[in-house]
Design a protein around this ligand. Sequence first.
Ligand SMILES: Cc1ncc(C[n+]2csc(CCOP(=O)(O)OP(=O)(O)O)c2C)c(N)n1
Ligand SMILES: [Mg+2]
Length: 353
Amino acid sequence: MAQVLPAERDLRRVIGDDETPDRELDGLDERFYLDLYRSLILLRTYDERSVVYHRQGRIGTYAIYWNHEAMQAGSVHALEDDDWIFPSYRESAIGLLRGMPVSTVLSWWRGHPEGWWNPADYNVASICVPIGTHVPHAAGMAWGMRLKKSPSCAIVYFGDGATSEGSFHEGANFAGVMNAPLVLFCNNNQWAISTPVSAQTRAEALVDKAVGYGIPGVRVDGSDVLAVYEATRDAVARARAGDGPTFIEAVTYRAAPHATADDPKAYIDQDRVDDACRRECLCRYEGYLRRLGLLGEEQAEEIRAWAAELMREGIAAAEAEPAAGPELLFANAFADPPASFASDLEELRRILG
Ligand SMILES: Cc1ncc(C[n+]2csc(CCOP(=O)(O)OP(=O)(O)O)c2C)c(N)n1
Ligand SMILES: [Mg+2]
């Protein structure tokens, strides 16, 4: 029988369980708690519906984030709207928390140009699929904010596997040296597809890497949305105070396949998946709210219905978009396109009929 590692029991937590009592955070009102709940439900609904849409052939391969919602919503709720978000594919729907339409994110997964948003509209950078390459981008953006004496900061999301990539180290080091107002948010779901975290590093914990860059690191329970919120709020306060970057390691165990194209049965530890499902983030937060007397079943149902309706409208809008024309393959690549493009496009049009 697999064991949950003792170190994981030492993570920073706010939401209690059978052994530990709930903690309360300062300065939060009822509105905050319910807004956070709404965000969790929106992300969860997006994720669960997307798996169904994929099976129906309505979106392409999809990177499931089930039980990562607490890391995403908890951290975004600690930001201001002017702060910049740099997501990886695991946070593909994080823009929804900034008012991005559902149809935009669905279009991205449908490979449709309507899925390409202008990052400046939401202060959400493009979804990064290459592992870790957005860490230096985020460090550069944050450094720029500092040079401009802006009060804003940036947050960059990446996985445990990304901590083995050169660009992660370059970005983290650069942010440290430049004292950039950056939150380095590591979603440690313990797997990089089928590679376990034990094959990524000899460090005891990923958060130990922060020491090498001379920046503070904190390790939290990634399925405790309030612990994530608290850690990010502290990191953002440090960034705004001119104290530079923070590394947050949020620990979970990946409970869903890496993506719809993956079959984890060959490598995953099913006991640990079951354990993660029992402690999944949405139910834990619902329990916390109920213990505070802040959430009734009718209200929860109203929020779930709202999110389901947004999804129905979103997929209808995404599917109503006309297919992109072949000229798009050649557009936006060159300021001064080579002459051959015209004949290439003509040939492509002939082939496509
Ligand atoms: C530079 C680069 N190398 C390899 C890949 C293939 N790849 C896609 S997802 C993935 C695993 C990443 O794992 P992790 O960083 O832990 O993020 P997670 O998917 O668990 O959120 C890999 C290796 C890639 N996308 N980019
Ligand atoms: Mg991972």
